[in-house]
Ligand binder design. Structure first.
Ligand SMILES: NC(=O)c1ccc[n+]([C@@H]2O[C@H](COP(=O)([O-])OP(=O)(O)OC[C@H]3O[C@@H](n4cnc5c(N)ncnc54)[C@H](O)[C@@H]3O)[C@@H](O)[C@H]2O)c1
Length: 287
């Protein structure tokens, strides 16, 4: 089935919809005819996107929601199901980056990554999955992992850890939905973007003491990758098509992310210790 046949017409709830990948997914969901709930802590960003989508003839509402707050996410689910309708697609997308040596990382920055990137996904699952399973309607849950969910990268340990966690959570959730007998209509999929244009590196945390230079050098290196990164609408088109095909791993750049997956499998199979990379092994331009 095509993305339009699969997703057209339902309700999509997207966290972190105010920028980057979330905004791209929201624009594509709207193009496919979905009613889009734009959830974000950035009220101005989601208000502007709602105006853009409705001006183009789409149906969208904004919701100021902090995914760190389990009650706020539960209220979001309650409001959407009561006032808008059953959710066909939930995208647990909100996420933040962190640069610096792990031992220099401020406790608050560590907590920010854990609360948003990991707990935020769990709260979304907890609030929406039971409601999805209560009907026989087809429904999809996409959790945002990353190419970082299958890689190891120094100076980004909290982020990389969080993306490995989301991947494992999503793989377990996929099995749980199956073992609970809901896999005929509830589809759990993991999104692994490669490099997509967004604000994530600009809004990333750094360090206040210790080796701030190393942290900022890593930010600069990642901002350099952004120059070759994929457009968020193009990324969203790929993700929607792969989801409609029924794939579990949704890769914005299949060759680039796929080579990182193969490398991870190779390292684990050979039981090699992690190695520092002296040069970039994966080239986003190869896709
Ligand atoms: N951009 C990439 O290349 C890339 C690669 C791999 C994975 N990802 C993942 O994609 C997801 C989106 O990242 P992005 O690059 O588009 O980032 P971004 O910074 O451009 O957008 C993130 C959005 O999340 C919102 N947000 C932040 N904290 C929030 C909270 N507590 N509650 C609700 N919303 C919150 C921000 O306001 C922003 O609108 C993240 O999970 C990220 O890890 C991105």
């Amino acid at each position: 089935m095509s993305a339009r046949e699969t997703f057209g017409g339902g309700v999509a709830v997207i966290t972190g919809a105010g920028a980057g990948i979330g905004a791209g997914l929201a624009r594509q969901a709207s193009r496919l005819g979905m009613t889009v709930v734009l959830a974000d802590v950035d009220a101005a960003a989601v208000a502007a996107l709602r105006e853009e989508l409705t001006a183009a003839g789409g149906s969208a509402v904004e919701a100021v929601c902090d995914v760190r707050d389990a009650n706020a996410v539960e209220e979001l689910a309650e409001t959407v199901y009561r006032d808008i309708g059953d959710v066909r697609l939930l995208v647990n997308n909100a996420g933040v980056e962190q640069f610096g040596y792990l031992w220099d990382t401020p406790v608050a920055n560590w907590q920010r990554v854990v609360d948003i990137n990991i707990s935020g996904v769990f709260y979304g699952v907890r609030a929406f999955l039971p409601r999805m399973m209560a009907t026989d309607a087809p429904a999809w849950v996409w959790n945002l992992s990353s190419i970082g969910g299958v890689a190891v990268v120094p100076l980004q340990a909290p982020y990389i850890m969080s993306k490995h966690a989301v991947l494992a959570l999503t793989e377990c959730l996929h099995l749980e939905v199956k073992s609970a007998g809901h896999d005929h209509h509830v589809h759990v999929q993991a999104v692994l973007p490669g490099a997509v244009v967004s604000n994530i590196f600009e809004s990333a945390g750094g360090v206040n003491s210790g080796d701030a230079g190393a942290a900022e050098a890593q930010r600069t290196a990642m901002l350099d990758i952004k120059a070759e990164a994929m457009d968020p609408i193009a990324a969203a088109e790929v993700v929607f098509e792969q989801a409609a095909e029924g794939r579990f791993y949704l890769l914005t750049q299949p060759d680039y992310v796929g080579s990182a997956m193969a490398e991870r499998a190779r390292v684990l199979t050979s039981q090699e210790p992690p190695r520092l990379r002296t040069e970039r092994r994966f080239d986003p331009a190869q896709n």
